[in-house]
Design a protein around this ligand. Structure first.
Ligand code: ADP
Ligand code: ZN
Length: 543
């Protein structure tokens, strides 16, 4: 085989076409593997530099006469940006998606068939049309199909947060063109999703490249919800005045209310959710990208493919579905590498809501079981009293390490590392609470919600207490030493730990099987100090 033309060497291309001096992290190994025709699955965090992993091989292979690389992407805005940047760098690239007129699309198709294009970006639903597949077959017969790059590959997984059914049909690419190398890329890397991508895209023989998922410039903080709006306002005013940020809320209504309220408090904020008309949504997105210091209050409809480097904070007023979603959403902060913050306010209602959403979803039992497991992992992160970063990375099977490669237990840069939370032995309090629910159950099998439970524990005479005669229960008033807020904290942690269920329209409480071991004193429970430790409880510093 003749020596390759030096102008097609990866490092030369990186420097001459992109103007970067060196590959980052795993990029060099990935590029080399794909240039040589290998299949790859690339797991790299947002901002890690995934695009170059297929762009450089595409250019190298095109220069060697191997034709065009097809890039599958679900994100129209991203296609525009990337094609624009490539053309500017002198690389012939184009895209095919619903934003083109039929004449424009035909023009792109002519370019494609001529073999002049280096990269073609296309939406997944386009790629699997008979017409497009016929065009690919034609190119393939002429030896002009160099590479398939499948971006946002987690979209193929039903367990993931962004399933797109069109992605399932992409397995046809491998069936029809088995010799054409494929590179699949994603920033979502948990085990289940990873296995699913491999299976559904038939990547069993692909080499897997896992980059570190650490985002060292992001500081993580999770606070207990008291008055969430005021807490958010204080967070913005104290630490992010006039800086760009994203505030995630679960519902459209809450998005609107929060944006309006922030505006009234002098913070420039815009709402964004799928219920706004397309034009307004576009306008808000453009303003957020272009103007400085705007806060976007949004549902998760906002964010995918948004590449704004100087987002200084991402705040969550509601709990995301799982750790991947949390990681993706918070990952939109600090893409420029400068200090940024991921802040979340979290409370009992969040736990109850997320659990209920899973329970009430029409999905099958297997799916629900996986979702519950994922939610539990996120709750453990929220309740953690040790390093958030270590836990977050552990979820992605990564050990947090120092510069010398030694595993570390503390990042020194998250809320728990900076301010180790005081903890107290909550075993006794937990037992009181659980036995109170148990007494309700014995006393007529009736179920009650958090408010009534706490009234009984604290010995507060309410109408409901009188109505049910609960002042005669043995657990009446046994928890007068804790405040209402402290009891809510205990209950939240017991729900998060799965010892208590909150079910139905009124979130009535019931004991899980695992509560027995706590009641029997076999399990001890350490709780974060909410506002203040109980007078008699032991307080210790953890971490
Ligand atoms: P991802 O798709 O993984 O979120 P991108 O491909 O958009 O990340 O890259 C993120 C940023 O990092 C881009 O601005 C890109 O130009 C830059 N970048 C990527 N690789 C390098 C490199 N080797 N040297 C310098 N900058 C790089
Ligand atoms: Zn830490």
């Amino acid at each position: 085989m003749p020596a390759p033309d030096p102008s097609s060497l990866p490092l030369t291309l990186l420097q001459e076409v992109f103007g970067y001096s060196a590959f980052r992290g795993e990029q060099a190994a990935i590029v080399e593997h794909v240039c040589a025709g290998g299949d790859a699955l690339v797991l790299m965090p947002t901002g890690g530099g995934k695009s170059l992993c297929y762009q450089v091989p595409a250019i190298a292979r095109h220069r060697r006469g191997q034709g065009v690389a097809i890039v599958v992407s679900p994100l129209i805005a991203l296609m525009h940006d990337q094609v624009g940047a490539l053309e500017e760098a002198g690389v012939h690239a184009a895209f095919l998606n619903s934003s083109l007129s039929s004449e424009e699309a035909q023009q792109v198709e002519r370019e494609l068939m001529s073999g002049r294009l280096t990269l073609l970006y296309a939406a997944p639903e386009r790629i699997t049309t008979p017409r497009f597949l016929a065009q690919l077959t034609h190119l393939h017969e002429k030896g002009l199909l160099s590479l398939f790059a499948i971006d946002e590959a987690h979209c193929v997984s039903q367990w993931g947060h962004d399933f797109r059914s069109e992605y399932l049909a992409l397995s046809t690419l491998h069936e029809r063109f088995p010799e054409v190398p494929r590179i699949a890329l994603t920033a979502t890397a948990d085990d289940v999703t990873r296995a699913d991508i491999i299976e559904r895209l038939a990547l069993q023989d692909a080499r897997i490249f896992v980059s570190s998922f650490d985002r060292p410039n992001i500081r993580y903080a999770i606070v207990e919800k008291e008055k969430p709006r005021e807490q958010l306002l204080r967070f913005i005013q104290d630490e992010h005045e006039d800086e760009a940020g994203i505030v995630y809320c679960q519902s459209r209504k809450k998005v609107e209310e929060t944006a309006t309220w922030l505006e009234s408090e002098g913070i420039r904020a815009l709402p964004y959710h799928a219920g706004l008309d397309a034009e307004l949504r576009m306008r808000h997105q453009d303003r957020f990208l272009r103007e400085e210091g705007l806060v976007m209050v949004a549902t998760i409809a906002f964010g995918m493919g948004i590449d704004k480097p100087d987002v200084r904070f991402v705040a969550h007023l509601d709990l995301p579905k799982n750790i991947e979603a949390y990681y993706q959403e918070t990952g939109r902060a600090g893409r420029d590498g400068l200090p940024a913050e991921a802040w979340m306010a979290y409370g009992l209602a969040d736990v109850v809501n997320q659990r209920r959403m899973i329970d009430e979803s029409p999905a099958g039992e297997e799916f629900k079981k996986i979702q519950r497991g994922k939610l539990d992992a996120l709750l453990a992160l929220a309740e953690a009293t040790d390093c958030r970063r270590v836990r977050l990375l552990a979820y992605f099977d990564e050990t947090y390490r120092g510069a010398d490669g030694r595993p570390l237990q503390h990042c020194g840069h998250c809320d728990n590392c900076l301010n180790p939370p005081a903890t107290w032995d909550g075993t006794e309090a937990a037992r009181k609470l659980l036995s109170c629910i148990y007494r309700f159950h014995q006393n007529g099998g009736q179920r009650f919600g958090a408010g009534h439970l706490i009234d009984v524990l604290r010995g507060k005479m309410s109408d409901k207490v009188a109505q049910y005669g609960h002042q005669h229960l043995s657990t009446w008033g046994i928890g007068a030493d804790l405040s209402e807020a402290q009891w809510r904290g205990v209950l939240r942690q017991l729900v998060a730990l799965g010892h208590v269920f909150a079910e139905g329209e009124y979130s009535t409480l019931a004991l899980a099987e695992s509560a027995r071991s706590v009641l029997r004193g076999e399990v001890s429970i350490r709780l974060r100090v909410a506002t203040q430790a109980p007078k008699r409880g032991k307080v210790s510093r953890s971490g």
